[in-house]
Design a binder for this molecule. Structure first.
Ligand code: 13P
Length: 301
C-alpha cells in the first residue's frame, strides 16, 4: 500500500492535482486526501482551490457540484459509477410538475440531487446549513423541500415551517433503527448520541444531537464527553477516531455502509491520476442555472 501512496503523491504534484475525500470514504482514501470534509466543506474547498485537477473521492453529485463551481478545473471521479440513490429519487421533470402544483412556493433542494434538478431550484442546501437556508426564506408563503423527506422533517421541526416534501430517503441511513440506538446506549450509557439528519425521525428523537458529518467532527472536538455513539455511515467513525485518539466512538449500526462511497479505492485514485479519465462535466445551460442555486446557498453564513 505504501508504494501506491507514494505513486499517488508523486503524480499529484506533477499534475497539479488535489484529492478531496468525503468523510464516508475508505480509511486509506481519507488518508491520501488533501482535504476531508462534508458536502458543504468540500464544495467550498473545490471552489477556492487553484489546483488544475480535482480528484473527487465521493459520489457523483458531489463531483458534479465541484465541476459546476469550477468549470475551468478538471474534476475526476476515480469510480464514475459511484452514484447516490437518494439523489436519483427525483428528476428535473418530477420537480417541474411539483412546482406547477405549488406555483408560489420557494424551492429548496438538497445538494444530493443531479445538476438538472439543481437547475430547477431557488436555493440549494446541505445537511449542515438546511435549517439556515429555510430560515432565510422568511417571506416565502410556501416552501418545497426535495428530495429527502427525513431531512425535510427535521428542518420543518427546527424551523417551525411547514414544508412540501418529496418521498426520498437515503437507503443507508434508514438501516439505522431506533432499537440500534437503544441497544448502543445500554452498552455505553455515558456516550453522547449523534445522528445524521438523514436518519428517520424515530432515530433522531433518541439522539442528543442531529448534525452533518462536518458538524459532528467539530462538535466532538469541543465536547467534554469521552464516548460517542455515531448514527451515520460507518466511514465517519474512522475519521473521528483518528482525529480524537483520547475519545471513543461506536457506530450505532454496522449495517450503515454506503456501497457507493466504498467503490473508490487507492488503485482507482492512482489510475484516475495516471489516465485523467472519467471527467465530470455539466452542460453550460444546466451549469449556469444550477450554479445560481449553489451560490445562493454559499452566500448564507
Ligand atoms: P454530509 O454533508 O453531512 O457529509 O452528508 C452527505 C451525505 O450525502 C450524507 O449521506
Amino acid at each position: 500500500m505504501q508504494k501506491l501512496v507514494e505513486k499517488i503523491e508523486k503524480l499529484k504534484k506533477e499534475r497539479n492535482a488535489i484529492i478531496l475525500a468525503h468523510n464516508y470514504q475508505l480509511p486509506e482514501v481519507q488518508d491520501v486526501a488533501d482535504y476531508r470534509g462534508d458536502s458543504l466543506e468540500l464544495s467550498r474547498m473545490a471552489a477556492k482551490s487553484d489546483a488544475k485537477i480535482i480528484v473527487f473521492c465521493g459520489v457523483h453529485f458531489m463531483a458534479e457540484t465541484a465541476s459546476i463551481l469550477s468549470p475551468d478545473k478538471t474534476v475526476l471521479m476515480p469510480d464514475k459509477n459511484a452514484g447516490c440513490p437518494l439523489a436519483n429519487m427525483i428528476t428535473a421533470e418530477d420537480l417541474r410538475e411539483l412546482k406547477e402544483r405549488h406555483p408560489k412556493a420557494a424551492v429548496v433542494g438538497y445538494v444530493n440531487t443531479p445538476a438538472a434538478v439543481k437547475a430547477e431550484l431557488d436555493i440549494c442546501c446541505t445537511s449542515s446549513n438546511a435549517v439556515n437556508v429555510v430560515l432565510s426564506l422568511k417571506n416565502a408563503e410556501e416552501i418545497i423541500f426535495v428530495p429527502d423527506k427525513y431531512l425535510g422533517d427535521f428542518v420543518s421541526k427546527k424551523t417551525g415551517r411547514r414544508l412540501v416534501l418529496w418521498d426520498g430517503y437515503c437507503p443507508t441511513h434508514v438501516k439505522i433503527l431506533p432499537e440500534d440506538i437503544i441497544h448502543s446506549v445500554r452498552l455505553h450509557p455515558h456516550a453522547k448520541v449523534i445522528a445524521h439528519p438523514e436518519c428517520t425521525p424515530e432515530v433522531i428523537a433518541l439522539a442528543d444531537e442531529a448534525l452533518s458529518t462536518g458538524k459532528t467532527c467539530a462538535y466532538v472536538r469541543k465536547s467534554d464527553a469521552k464516548e460517542f455513539i455515531i448514527a451515520t455511515e460507518v466511514g465517519l467513525v474512522y475519521r473521528l477516531q483518528k482525529d480524537n485518539p483520547g475519545k471513543k466512538f461506536y457506530p450505532a449500526s454496522e449495517h450503515a455502509v454506503c456501497p457507493n462511497m466504498k467503490r473508490t479505492t487507492l488503485e482507482k485514485v492512482l489510475w484516475s491520476l495516471e489516465e485523467i479519465k472519467d471527467e465530470v462535466r455539466v452542460s453550460d445551460e444546466i451549469r449556469r442555472k444550477a450554479k445560481k442555486a449553489i451560490d445562493a446557498m454559499l452566500a448564507i453564513p
